[in-house]
Design a protein around this ligand. Structure first.
Ligand code: CP
Length: 311
């Protein structure tokens, strides 16, 4: 069991909770390799995916995770819910609450929407990404991927590169890395940093080439073109030149350095196609880890331990 009822931000999870989630996800990874990938663990429990912002990876992996644990899953998107008729998030929460849901995964364009749901419902709430704030299960699957490939988390130096300002992934990954004893460095142009980057609690470096030799992991962030009318750099080509991961930078890094990206990728901007498709890119491993980690999150929040992982 975890020490929290909800996962709204990384602050909800202790270091011990994180280790428990990653260890449980390890067991579920093995289940996901079986021919029959289904456990009865959450039979009779109801999981709602309330995705009011677009998503491919997070929504589908939560949906698959719920199915593999035999939970009943319901999917709401912005276009398929009464929010298009103007229903407020609070009324949506009360409506779902009246139907006795056990767990709600929410993605919303506004930071704090998951907190508001947690205050309005009895169900466990999991933040599937809120505005520019946090995306905690992304950070958990990223830790899982790093640990699986590099064998440890403590002592790793992880460069989080690019559009730090808009990134809820960075918002969760920085505290997650610190909780497990890794060293995050945020790297990007000053125009894509928050006004007070020191508040993030990571080292701040403005040159990727300067930080590159130190990195065990280069975590490339998507440039979030949809969150700004005009990006504060001259061109995509200029951005790629200074902050993109390409073959030359890969060659200049530690030979064992891995490259990660939360997806969806802007190929040719923050990551070249050559690197994205290279054996040192763990982008698809991250997607694969997403199912096992989200199974672990649901299982531990809903007390599935009573039934046992290996059932
Ligand atoms: N990484 C991530 O959150 O991807 P989606 O937007 O596809 O869910």
């Amino acid at each position: 069991m975890l020490s929290c009822k909800h996962i709204l931000t990384m602050d909800d999870l202790s270091a011990a909770d994180i280790v428990q989630i990653l260890d449980t996800a390890d067991s579920f990874s093995e289940v996901n390799e079986r021919r029959i990938k289904k456990l009865p663990t959450l039979r009779g429990r109801t999981v709602v995916n309330l995705f009011l912002e677009p998503s491919t990876r997070t929504r589908t992996s939560f949906e698959i995770a719920a199915k593999r644990l035999s939970a009943d899953g319901l999917n709401f998107t912005a276009s398929s819910s009464a929010t298009v008729k103007g229903e407020s998030l609070r009324d949506t929460a009360r409506t779902l609450s009246a139907m006795s849901c056990d767990l709600v995964v929410v993605r919303h364009k506004y930071a704090g929407a998951p907190q508001m749901l947690a205050e309005s419902m009895d169900a466990c709430i999991v933040n599937g990404g809120d505005g520019m704030h946090q995306h905690p299960t992304q950070a958990l699957l990223d830790l899982f991927t790093m640990r699986s490939r590099l064998g440890r988390l403590e002592g790793l130096t992880v460069g989080i590169v690019g559009d730090i300002y808009h990134s809820r992934v960075a918002g969760s990954l920085v505290p997650a890395l610190k909780k497990v004893g890794a060293r995050p460095i945020v790297i990007g142009p000053p125009t894509l940093m928050p006004a007070r980057p020191d508040v993030l609690g990571a080292d701040v470096v403005y040159s990727l080439d300067e930080a590159l030799p130190e990195l065990d992991v280069a975590y490339m962030l998507r440039v979030q073109f949809e969150r700004a009318e005009r990006m504060p750099f001259p061109s995509n080509r200029e951005y790629a030149r200074f902050y993109g991961m390409n073959g030359a930078r890969l060659a200049a890094a530690k030979p064992e350095m891995i490259v990660m990206h939360p997806g969806p990728m802007n190929r040719g901007v923050e990551i070249s196609a050559e690197v994205a498709d290279s054996p040192r890119s763990l982008v698809l491993d991250q997607v694969n880890a997403g199912v096992a980690v989200r199974m672990a999150v649901m299982y531990l929040l809903l007390g599935g331990a009573e039934s046992g992982v290996a059932a």
